[in-house]
Design a binder for this molecule. Structure first.
Ligand SMILES: C[S@@+](CC[C@H](N)C(=O)[O-])C[C@H]1O[C@@H](n2cnc3c(N)ncnc32)[C@H](O)[C@@H]1O
Length: 355
């Protein structure tokens, strides 16, 4: 209730920090100035007009604007998706999620799949391999919508869903349903939609897959940038000799997969189905990961001790590029072995990266 009757009360304070800082928006209104770190959202002229219209209220010592029915804008603003008919509600979104997970998870901010699907349909080309990035993935509706749309129109859209591991409250439905973070829900939904589409359309969904990653320090010390002082830098450089962090030996399968995924991502080769892209093979007694490059030449990655026999196989196979670790070169002749290999491969125009 305002001085002139029924109204809506509007806050006019805003942050006065960083890019929002505006000295001109800090002045007295009816004897009240904005608190420290805050400022008015509206300027002096507009305030004077509101005072003249008797629309400024002081509520609990704070300046507010009273918006009376006559002040409301005449045109009804419609959400940008309002021209999409029948694209569901938050309620239908929630129901779809519970159905897919076959559990009640009480996730409130779920968007309806049809809405997201419509937005993607109108902003991507069917056969384009467009990448849809959802940086606030939540329950994973965007990935769900992309996969369903591709299944419907034979599209090749891709989707990157980013969700932080926001911890679920122990008394929440989702926690009682067995999930611990929102990211668990995102992952579960994506996997279940993949399984559902593969069951429904086995012929057209063979390649449907999702690679799940968690942000973590690099597998390679040379890429971990926690260098804050000279001493750490010296240590970092000294570690150059054996780049990988002291995880289980680089030969260990999970260490190799992690390093491989990171190297493929860093080389812009994507990492969906790491082993699908690179077929690990025993060559000269060591595991070599081979990646088919766009020019049909191959990239070889090897994390195990280097041998002359391996070099002979490289010379025979002529890969375009070879990636090895510093720690692959062991023994007294390590430097010499490396130098000889560099020379020989350069002569054969085979690229060599040693990390
Ligand atoms: C409104 S919800 C998204 C709901 C989603 N569209 C759906 O249909 O389920 C926003 C999500 O973004 C996540 N989030 C917020 N800040 C984030 C950040 N910096 N990085 C990754 N995720 C973030 C929150 O944890 C929350 O799950």
């Amino acid at each position: 209730m305002g001085k002139k009757g029924l109204c809506r009360i509007k806050d006019i304070l805003d942050s006065d920090v960083g890019t929002k800082k505006r000295d001109t928006m800090k002045f007295e209104i009816l004897g009240v100035t904005p608190p420290e770190g805050q400022r008015w959202k509206i300027g002096r002229d507009e305030v004077n007009q509101l005072i003249a219209k008797n629309s400024i209220e002081i509520v609990d010592g704070k300046i507010k604007v009273a918006v009376y029915p006559d002040d409301e804008p005449s045109e009804i603003l419609k959400p940008f998706w309002s021209h999409f008919e029948d694209c569901g509600t938050a309620e239908t979104g929630k129901n779809t999620l519970n159905e897919v997970l076959n559990k009640k998870v009480g996730f409130d901010t779920v968007k309806p799949v049809d809405l997201i699907s419509n937005l993607i349909l109108h902003s991507t080309a069917t056969d384009s391999e467009d990448i849809v990035l959802d940086f606030f993935a939540g329950s994973g509706t965007t990935a769900h919508a992309v996969m369903e749309l591709n299944a419907e129109d034979g599209g090749t859209r891709q989707c990157i869903s980013v969700q932080m591991p926001e911890v679920l409250a122990e008394d929440s439905e989702a926690y009682k349903a067995g999930y611990r973070t929102i990211a668990d829900i995102t992952r579960a939904r994506i996997d279940k939609v993949i399984a559902k589409l593969k069951a429904e359309q086995p012929l057209t969904t063979q390649g449907l897959a999702c690679a799940h990653f968690t942000l973590a320090p690099s597998n390679f010390k040379v890429w971990r940038s926690n260098v804050n002082d000279a001493a750490t830098l010296r240590d970092q450089l000294a570690l150059f000799q054996s780049a990988e962090k002291n995880r289980p030996a680089p030969q260990a399968a999970d260490a190799q997969t992690a390093m491989l995924a990171e190297l493929l991502l860093k080389n812009g080769l994507g990492a969906l189905g790491v082993h699908a892209i690179s077929k690990p093979k025993q060559i000269a007694g060591v595991t070599v990961h081979r990646v088919l490059l766009e020019d049909n030449r191959t990239l070889w990655l090897c994390f195990e001790p280097y041998t002359q026999a391996l070099k002979d196989e490289m010379v025979k196979a002529q890969p375009a590029q070879v990636i090895l670790l510093n720690s692959c070169f062991v023994g007294d002749q390590a430097d010499e072995l490396l130098a000889n290999l560099q020379l020989e491969l350069a002569g054969l125009e085979i690229g060599l990266t040693v990390i």
